[in-house]
Design a protein around this ligand. Structure first.
Ligand SMILES: [Zn+2]
Length: 145
């Protein structure tokens, strides 16, 4: 019997599955959450369909990327609110309205673009933490290294 499915493996081996912290850490550096392989993007915003090392199909279910969009929206608005709050406190009571508007408009464009790759890998990590990998999804010899 080959041990190609997690259920067929030794229980000690199953303990080597990536922990939630490791999944999220890999997602935060835009790496494959399952195996940690980097370079999952071409031209910064074009994500590989599958991980080149473990074969994980990143879009695990139809509509998978809605979570990444939501995550990117939350982070972008969070950065904006934080930046606006700090700006208003620091410049109180003479707000430089036009520079603040221009700066925050630029921030509202730049942050979602810069966070885009991380939003995708981080969302995939969160998804794997909530819905663990199925036996057919990855090359387990790579993931369980
Ligand atoms: Zn991988």
């Amino acid at each position: 019997m080959t041990a190609d499915r997690p259920a067929d493996r030794d229980p000690g081996e199953m303990g080597r599955l990536p922990s939630t912290g490791r999944l999220l850490g890999r997602g935060l550096v835009a790496a494959c959450p399952a195996c940690g392989a980097r370079r999952q993007f071409r031209y910064f915003v074009k994500m590989n369909e599958r991980c080149h090392r473990c074969g994980l199909l990143f879009e695990r279910i139809e509509g998978h990327w809605i979570g990444a969009i939501g995550l990117n929206t939350i982070v972008s608005f969070g950065v904006l609110v934080l930046s606006m709050s700090i700006s208003f406190v620091v410049t109180f009571p003479d707000f430089p309205v036009v520079p603040l508007m221009i700066g925050h408009a630029a921030l509202a464009v730049v942050v979602p673009v810069l966070f885009f790759p991380v939003s995708r890998t981080l969302w995939t990590a969160i998804d794997i933490a909530m819905r663990p990998l199925e036996p057919h999804e990855v090359d387990w010899s790579v993931v369980l290294r």
